[in-house]
Design a protein around this ligand. Structure first.
Ligand code: ADP
Length: 612
């Protein structure tokens, strides 16, 4: 059902129009296709006529001067057209590359801004892998299609001219030629659709292969790969995926070989009949030598052009099928309201209250919900701590609050209004967070702190100071302008886990959003730095609402309220003292942790402050 909708929506015409629209900013691309086709037809016609015309003149005993002039004219014409063709060919590449790059950028833009749950959907990831494949190189459909369009246009123009030339030879001959070529087209077309029909299988194999390749090259994993001896394991995985991919390619090539064999057989039949007929006419004296030569060459060219048109359409059909995943990816419906919607007024002094009402959340494909009928109100300015065992749903809760997920059931309300009604991009402006994964981009420290190409240096220093990262940045050779990310910049600075954590805190402060989300932000800090950061939290979160996920129950002292998540709901809530006094699960966890840290856990923690 879905397959049919996509096919209908992204037919050949529609995909060609998509490419034309993609070339809107580089209009030379389609014009050069037309110019290239006209030039190629001109060359073919000159080549077709040169010998029969000369032979005709010789048969008519034309003067030598006339013959030489004719030869000179043909030669000059051919030289001019060939030079023009070479000039056009030289100029086609940059424009075509630009169009392909434009589509690549569109795909990257969509990935960067689409609804967050889409990025976690395996189906969406498959579409993305396929779309990226189609724009990866010059030979892929997103660029090669222009060559196909040129071939089709050239053959169509030449076909019409040739039909005019052959108008007075046997009608049956034209029918045989057309029928055999159309038959060849239908067969090859069906067989070449095999790859599209197996596209899901191919994408799944490629996705796994790319994943293992990426992980093998990941410099952050390099330590574990060596220490745990994961190298052989990764190599075996890679070999396995490579074999699967090779097997897929072999099966595909067999199909294409069959298509080519059928095509060649039909071409033999077609040409045999045509040439036999013309030879018979000549032997009976019904054709002059010059006319025979013209028709003999024209029939050959005619079949070539008809084949050219049909095989061009066959290739175009395949390329359009390959282009479809780009459009399937770009046209994916957003889950969230990313455009339009109610707008939010975010200004200093405007209070925001968040309420989760009967919220149930289940990950796609999961047996049971992570959170079930959860009710929670976070008044403006509250510092809320979320604690609980691993997998209790703390991160999921934070993602629901900040609109990265929508509840499966129930509602998340902002000042009493369902957040689904707001423009999601605007809603995100309410939040700044430090999550467990660091999101550092290849760029200067200033860019990473300000997330702005024109960041305010004074403000950045102030935030770095407050986050405790200023000393580190001062020690760097180019200070705020020092680059980050060694995979792009050779001179990039190295940051330890803890230093990176503080940098992320500085980024959070720079953004100055009303609501602060801290998801175990001190996990990579050593014990001294950790207590330093805890002491700063009161100041960092002043004047903001904050939601703080922590495994260190002792660190929640700056919070107004603590909720303990367990079994999909809020098991306990209150202040640290109240929860300890209650002697429940929180008190039990606190007791366990206190013992752990007293017995040397801190020593272990210090080891986390290592170079990343
Ligand atoms: P916590 O932060 O309390 O450790 P999480 O919110 O990260 O817990 O996860 C809660 C549960 O949801 C876990 O069982 C985890 O395996 C599962 N989970 C988390 N993220 C995803 C995801 N993207 N897809 C499917 N399941 C997930």
């Amino acid at each position: 059902m879905r397959k049919e909708t996509i096919k209908k929506k992204y037919g050949m015409g529609s995909n060609v129009r998509f490419m034309m629209a993609a070339a809107r900013n580089v209009p030379s691309v389609p014009y050069l296709v037309a110019a290239q086709a006209l030039t190629a037809v001109g060359i073919s016609l000159l080549e077709l006529f040169v010998t029969p015309v000369l032979l005709g003149k010789m048969e008519a005993h034309a003067a030598l001067r006339e013959l030489l002039l004719l030869i000179g004219g043909f030669t000059l014409g051919l030289i001019c057209l060939r030079m023009l063709a070479a000039y056009i060919e030289l100029n086609t590449l940059p424009g075509r590359v630009e169009v392909r790059m434009g589509i690549m950028n569109e795909i990257a833009r969509k990935s960067a801004v689409c609804s967050y749950p889409l990025m976690e959907e395996p189906e969406c990831q498959n579409r993305l892998a396929k779309a990226r494949e189609v724009v990866q190189s010059n030979n892929e459909a997103a660029e090669a299609i222009w060559k196909t369009l040129y071939e089709i246009l050239k053959n169509c123009i030449a076909f019409v001219i040739c039909l005019f030339l052959l108008r007075d030879i046997n009608f049956f001959l034209i029918v045989v030629t057309l029928v055999t070529t159309v038959l060849g087209y239908l067969v090859t077309n069906y067989i070449s659709g095999w790859e599209y029909r197996h596209r899901e299988e191919k994408a799944a194999v490629l996705r796994k292969m790319y994943y293992v390749q990426e992980k093998s090259q990941d410099r952050y994993l390099a330590k574990d790969v060596r220490i745990f001896g994961m190298g052989n394991w990764l190599r075996e995985l890679l070999d396995g995926h490579l074999r699967l991919f090779e097997d897929f390619c072999k099966r595909r090539e067999k199909k294409y070989l069959l298509a080519d064999a059928i095509d060649v057989m039909l071409a033999l039949l077609r040409n045999g009949i045509a040439y036999g007929y013309l030879t018979a006419l000549t032997l009976r004296g019904e054709l002059s030598a010059a006319r025979f030569l013209l028709l003999f060459t024209a029939v050959g060219e005619f079949t070539e052009w008809v084949r050219g048109i049909l095989s061009g359409f066959s290739v175009l059909h395949r390329q359009c099928l390959e282009i479809s995943p780009i459009r399937e990816y770009l046209d994916q419906e957003e889950i969230f309201r990313m455009e339009g919607g109610e707008s939010l007024c975010i200004r200093e002094g405007i209070p925001f209250e968040i309420e989760l009402k009967n919220v149930t959340f289940r990950y796609p494909g999961a047996d049971k919900p992570v959170l079930e009928r959860l009710n929670l109100t976070i008044p403006w300015g509250e510092k809320l701590a979320v604690v609980g065992p691993n997998g209790a749903g703390k991160t999921t809760l934070v993602k629901l609050i900040c609109g990265l997920y929508d509840p499966t059931e129930g509602e998340v309300l902002l000042n009493g209004v369902n957040v689904k009604r707001f423009n999601r991009r605007e809603y995100y402006r309410l939040f700044a967070g430090v999550f467990q994964d660091f999101s550092v981009l290849a760029g200067s420290v200033l860019l990473n702190v300000s997330q702005d190409t024109d960041g305010d240096r004074k403000r950045a220093w102030d935030c770095l100071e407050r986050a405790g990262a200023a000393d580190k940045v001062r020690s760097l050779p180019r200070g705020l302008d020092t680059n980050m990310d060694k995979s792009v910049f050779n001179d990039a600075a190295e940051f330890s886990g803890g230093e990176m954590q503080r940098l992320m805190l500085a980024r959070l402060l720079y953004r100055n959003s009303p609501i602060i989300l801290l998801d175990e932000p001190t996990a990579a800090l050593d014990a001294i730095a950790e207590s330093d950061i805890y002491n700063r939290y009161r100041e960092l979160t002043a004047g903001h609402t904050s939601v703080y996920i922590s495994h260190r129950l002792a660190s929640t002292g700056f919070c107004d309220r603590i909720i303990l998540l367990e079994n999909g709901g809020i098991a306990e809530e209150g202040t640290h003292e109240k929860l300890l006094a209650a002697g429940g699960r929180y008190a039990e966890l606190f007791e366990m942790q206190s013992r752990y840290y007293q017995e040397g856990g801190e020593g272990n923690e210090q080891n986390t402050e290592e170079s990343r």
